[in-house]
Write a protein of this length. Sequence first.
Length: 431
Amino acid sequence: MDSSLHRDVETVEGALSADRNGRLQISSREGEADEDDLDRGYLLEVWSADGKLLYRSEQLRGQALGPLPTGSADSNRQHAHSLRLASGMRLRSISRVHRLADGNAVIVRLAVSQEPLWHEFWEMATVLGIGLPLTVILVALTGYLVAARALKPVDSMAQRAAQITAEQLNERLQIENPKDELGQLGAAFNNTLARLERSFDQLRRFTADASHELRTPLTAIQSVGEVSLKMPGDVSYYRDTIGSMLEETNRLTQLVDSLLTMARADAGRIQLHRVEVNLFDLAGETVGLLEVLAEEKQQTILIDGNRSTTVKADRTILRQSLVNLVHNAVKYSPEHGEIRLRIHETEQDAIVEVEDSGPGIAPEHRTRIFERFYRVDKSRTRAAGGAGLGLSIAQWAVSAHGGTIEVQSEPGSGSIFQICLPKHVSSVAVR
Ligand code: ADP
């Protein structure tokens, strides 16, 4: 406003002149502004240097544009200030000393109304004063509604999740949109539930199977004891009874040992104490342990292959897996059968193979025989004394060494179990 007033005061000054009598004349120059033009937008006062009013715009209706600024005769001084007329109108005015062509100085005061500006200001203040709180309320309300709508699935998911207990692990969260973040969260939760359900199932199956396996020898001991108590017999009869009870007790002890091994393995409490193990020697040691059983069935056990193959392994744990394989080979091979242990190695691995002349394993059972308590023919193997834990323990023992255990077999033509162990151990997790 000030700079446009400054510009305009110069235009006004250009239109001022004095006539021959020294009277002030306001004239239009090259159509820039005439008196009317000047009066139209601007309020003008022209004062003589000695404080006499020479001109005042009609629109001022006699009202003064305030007192003359002090020192206003100084031609370099220019004052801009705001003022209010008696009518209440707010103005911005600029006063400047102007020297007319005849050398007389006049004071030109030009003012312009600030009312449109104030009007705009109040309009803006009203809009902001009412509109802003209203907008804030509206935004808050919309935000609340949108958030409530967006979080509704979380609420229903939380309610559903709270209802899921160990007995209802087959329940799943309903996922409305699997692509958004909530959907992904729900899917992750459902996956966790699926894993939990599997673990619970395994645990239930394990408990049921273990109880069943423990119950069988206990029932046998109980019934043998009860029968022999009722029947009067001689010393040899009681010897036989005690002998068969001890057999069952032995089976129980083995079963409990296996269960303990697995429980400790599951809990990750078994530490490997790795030493240099010669596999040929280990095979000889294993055969030595099971020779008696093989002799009972007049079976031959042969060991051949590389005598110098060694691995860094926990001798006891590795021997346990080999004992389980050779024991199975003895159990499932017929009388006069042949069992062959072969040791060889590749650049990376040391390999032990146990080949038997047993009935072989059908393809549908081949992958499942490593599961806990899995037996191909329950009645046949029960007589042979297995609870279906030997292979799963062997598999755990081998994988604890970072190795693998595989079987090649065809029904009717024997089986070859192959343990493959890495020769160079970095760090292998025990599980
Ligand atoms: P088990 O103590 O019953 O032998 P395992 O876990 O050692 O338990 O074996 C699981 C099942 O795999 C056995 O019940 C048997 O049916 C089958 N199996 C294991 N080894 C042999 C083998 N050498 N020949 C034929 N079947 C075998």
